[in-house]
Design a protein around this ligand. Structure first.
Ligand code: SF4
Ligand code: SF4
Length: 91
């Protein structure tokens, strides 16, 4: 399984922000960081988005549904796991 590239193009394909698991509270907390990411500052270990490329979330804790299997990156990178926000590398 190739590592998902931390690119702006990939970030735009990520469905996490539309996912029921991503709470409004965590979206509000992550807003400044997401703005930075959108500006292209993506070379980092952690981000509260595109969890398959970065680590697990520091904010999300309750699994509701995972949209990863329907994400284009899931197919593009031959991902097998889901809930990348709950566990680094998915589960
Ligand atoms: S596979 Fe999941 S975590 Fe990765 S970009 Fe798609 S929706 Fe986001
Ligand atoms: S990794 Fe899966 S469960 Fe977590 S926010 Fe993204 S789509 Fe939702």
């Amino acid at each position: 399984m190739p590592a998902v590239a931390k690119t702006k193009e990939n970030l735009m394909k990520c469905l996490c922000m539309s996912c029921p698991t991503y709470t409004e509270e965590c979206k509000a907390k992550a807003k400044p960081e997401l703005e930075e990411l959108k500006e292209g500052n993506m070379d980092r270990t952690h981000a509260e988005a595109m969890f398959c490329a970065y680590e697990e979330s520091n904010c999300l804790s309750e699994e509701k549904e995972c949209l990863c299997p329907t994400c284009v990156l899931f197919a593009e990178y031959n991902l097998e796991n889901s809930y990348f926000c709950m566990k680094t590398g998915g589960k």
